[in-house]
Design a protein around this ligand. Structure first.
Ligand code: NOJ
Length: 570
């Protein structure tokens, strides 16, 4: 900590890159490709996750109000193939089946989110509480606990009640702080006797940048250069308020923890000997995770954000910085509001410095003065942005340890998607490889001394992947979205992940090397099952549509024929 105070952040990064880590686990020097055989500490928690809008479906059932995602997805042209989360995996109805899947995999925890408009249909406590929504989450939580699976609950995974967006411009407005606090407080009151791990926000970076800067996500606003900063400012305040509410009103009774889940890609300097690249890579991470983590752990925005956005705002002739400012009271109120840090991590970028002259076209992206690059040799099995770079994970985790005083970490998201659209191949070799390599890097980080307590594979099921609709499948389980029953089929990675869980890591080379083969043996028969599924859907169509239609026609014809006969008679 003392070193951190004396050095500038960029020096800290150099320091991290050069001298950190214990001797036998020097994460900077060790061969990037080398595999480490060993296990996680006893009690390490394994699980998978999903979120309300991505999996629940039942978008307008049992008194649920509209969220910004319901409205956004229904606008033509916003989502790939105009898909919506209206039905998705029908998790609202099928959660019992899903818990059976989790039990079979011997999960220690399951991560899900609560849909705010399912509880407060109009966003506001005083309007009305939807008891049916409460019952759904009660049942889900109870059944998880009955099966010894710990619920890890996110309060906000992007589905703001639409009313709040329409009336107040959503996260652009500071009034969200109190509305969100009311919602969180009710969740603590109604579920907190059983839920002990809370996360206020999931990946607020996306809510701010994609929701209010690029407009790719709901509510779809393009307030370049200001919208994201303002949204983030209110989100950070809302997070702190909810943490204090728990701390003062519920902690002594309920004895739970409140954290936040931040998404963070790792940024590696293109040229490790070039100071400008090193600083640019540091900026990349600070503008990403540091934007939220630094206020929460250290009390204010990263200095580098204040410097860059402040300077560019001044050059634009603005009287004040586009990055809002916390008062000193706010800083001390926000600092330290994190019992554990959730980390969502998928990929890495190489970073180099690039100046963007300040002008009217400034945005969050140009404020950073950098360029993101990828190594063409990195595997990119799934989503366009997702390259498999396992060593970046270890670096990121060590960075968190160094920057924020070695906090307790839960990995809240990590996983990979399928490239092929509507793919029916359950033998997901690349996903097994991704999990193997990323979890191994996490194991190395634990050996480095990073305080990682649990790992959440993303995701349990294939699900609605935001603006990409159903075209990107992250699930351990394949979901047949064309079938109205939304059946789930295990991919080979289910077997693979199961073995990692039951061994609590990677016990020895001989055993680990057999896992892939064993997992692939079972997936080919599941593939055949799935191949038969279009037939099942066809049969359903025959029994549910064709047969009744033909019968009705027959009855009508018979009636006409009878009338004809009777007329002839009389
Ligand atoms: C992070 C988001 O939190 C999650 O909802 C999404 O599925 C993954 N990224 C993959 O894109």
């Amino acid at each position: 900590m003392l070193l951190q105070r004396m050095l500038k952040p960029q020096h800290v990064l150099v320091l991290v890159l050069c001298v950190s880590a214990s001797e036998d686990f020097d994460w900077t020097k060790s061969e990037r490709g080398s595999f480490y055989y060993g296990t996680f500490p006893t009690g390490f928690s394994w699980g998978a996750g999903g979120s309300a809008y991505q999996t629940e479906g039942a978008w307008d059932k049992d008194g649920k109000g509209m969220s910004i995602w319901d409205v956004f997805a229904h606008k033509k042209g916003k989502i790939f193939l105009n898909d919506t989360g209206d039905h998705s995996c029908e998790g609202y109805y099928k959660f019992k089946d899903d818990i059976t899947l989790m039990k079979d995999m011997k999960f220690n925890h399951y991560r899900f989110s609560i849909s705010w408009p399912r509880i407060f249909p109009n966003g506001i406590k005083t309007d009305h509480i939807n008891e049916k929504g409460i019952k759904y989450y009660d049942d889900l939580i109870n059944m998880l606990l009955d099966n010894n699976i710990t619920p890890i609950v996110t309060l906000y995974h992007w589905d703001l009640p639409q009313v709040l967006e329409e009336k107040y411009s959503g996260w652009q407005n500071v009034s969200m702080v109190n509305y969100f606090n009311d919602f969180a407080n009710l969740c603590f009151e109604r579920f907190g006797d059983r839920v002990k791990y809370w996360m206020t926000f999931n990946n607020p970076w996306s809510s701010a940048v994609e929701g209010y800067e690029t407009g790719e996500h709901a509510p779809g606003l393009k307030l370049r250069g200001t919208g994201a900063y303002k949204a983030a400012h209110h989100i950070i305040k809302a997070h702190a308020k909810v943490w204090h509410t728990y701390d003062t009103q519920w902690r002594s009774k309920q004895k739970g923890l409140v954290g936040i889940s931040l998404l963070a890609d790792w940024g590696e300097p293109v040229d490790i000997t070039n100071q400008r690249d090193i600083e640019a890579a540091e900026r990349y991470v600070q503008f990403y995770m540091g934007w939220f983590a630094t206020p929460i752990f250290n009390g204010d925005y990263p200095q580098v954000m204040k410097d860059y956005i402040g300077r560019k705002s001044a050059q634009q002739g603005l009287g004040i910085s586009r990055l809002p400012v916390f008062s000193s009271q706010e800083k001390s109120y926000i600092k330290g509001t994190c019992d554990f840090l959730g980390i969502g991590h998928f990929t890495t970028r190489y970073i180099t410095q690039k100046n963007y002259p300040s002008g009217r076209g400034n945005s969050y992206f140009t404020d950073r003065d950098l360029v993101e690059l990828v190594d063409p040799r990195w595997p990119d099995p799934g989503s366009e942005w997702l390259y498999s770079v396992p060593w970046g994970f270890r670096r990121l985790l060590n960075f968190v340890k160094t920057q924020y005083g070695n906090p307790m970490i839960y990995v809240t998201e990590n996983g990979v998607s399928e490239k092929v659209q509507r793919c029916t191949d359950l033998c997901d070799d690349w996903r097994m490889q991704y999990f193997k390599d990323y979890i191994n890097e996490m194991l190395k980080a634990v050996k480095d001394g990073v305080n990682v307590k649990g790992y959440t594979a993303w995701s349990l099921l294939d699900k609605f992947e935001w603006d990409e609709g159903f075209s990107e499948r992250f699930g351990l389980f394949y979901v047949d979205f064309l079938n109205k029953n939304k059946p789930r089929y295990p991919k080979a990675s289910v077997q693979y992940y199961k073995r990692i869980i039951s061994s609590n890591g990677f016990p020895n080379q001989r055993e680990v090397e057999s896992w892939k083969r064993k997992a692939t043996e079972t997936c080919s028969s599941s593939n055949q099952l799935l191949a038969a599924d279009p037939l099942t859907s066809h049969m359903e169509m025959v029994t549910e549509i064709v047969v009744p239609t033909v019968c009705t026609l027959c009855i009508l014809l018979a009636a006409v024929f009878l009338m004809f006969l009777l007329r002839g008679r009389f």
